[in-house]
Design a protein around this ligand. Sequence first.
Ligand code: ADP
Ligand code: MG
Length: 252
Amino acid sequence: MSNVFLNINNLKASVNDKEILKGINLEIKPGEIHVIMGTNGAGKSTLASVIMGNPKYEVTEGSIVFNDQNLLDMKVDERARAGVFLAMQYPSELSGVSNVQFLKSAINSKREKDNQIKLLDFYRLFKEKSAEMKISEDYSNRYVNEGYSGGEKKKNEIFQMLMLEPKLIMLDEIDSGLDIDAIKTVGENVTKYFNNHTNDTSVLIITHYPRILEYVKPDYVHVLHNGKIIKTGNYELALKLENEGYDWIIEK
Ligand code: ADP
Ligand code: MG
């Protein structure tokens, strides 16, 4: 494996012909935790969506290489199979698809045809991970995210992450809408998963608040503004932004 896990080079992307990302450069090595902060509308969710391959966004320039694969050549399901995972800011509801159906087919789509997960193993995993996420077992038959509270949807995203075992974990405002106990559950489970997979896993957290970073300790904190990364620091930068806002960085 190359030393750089995710390499984003001069990435520009548009939605409805409006340029949102204006030349993003970002390198993430295996075992690193990066944070992206920035004002509303800066392009944070756009960046995560473009890495995941949401076809709504048009990439007009630049490259995204992950684990020696050119992501821009791959569809969203191929990226998922390659280990790219996005916990969305606004998780969608999948009416008519139960959590079991969804997760079983997602897991099996990453496995060979002759090596599909055994039902017993699947349910053992489901039980174990839902307990870790403090999710009630009736989730198994409920439709994905349908009728869930905002916080339950966020916890379900992390539950899916634990089940799918991704390599590039992107968490888009996973902490918004979560109560304090749920932030702890989410943060501790992400860190536990990460600590068990540091050789081939990286994390990209989009957040407005340092609280989640008390549980998931970042190596780098980037500020995204107007489609560009305008500052990079460490955890201290997140604290400074919490106290002082963005005015001191953003040139007028
Ligand atoms: P952030 O996550 O940093 O708050 P987003 O990436 O969600 O910001 O959005 C970046 C910008 O893109 C915003 O100004 C938003 O209004 C704009 N945008 C998103 N979707 C569309 C769209 N379909 N058409 C036009 N502009 C859009
Ligand atoms: Mg956003």
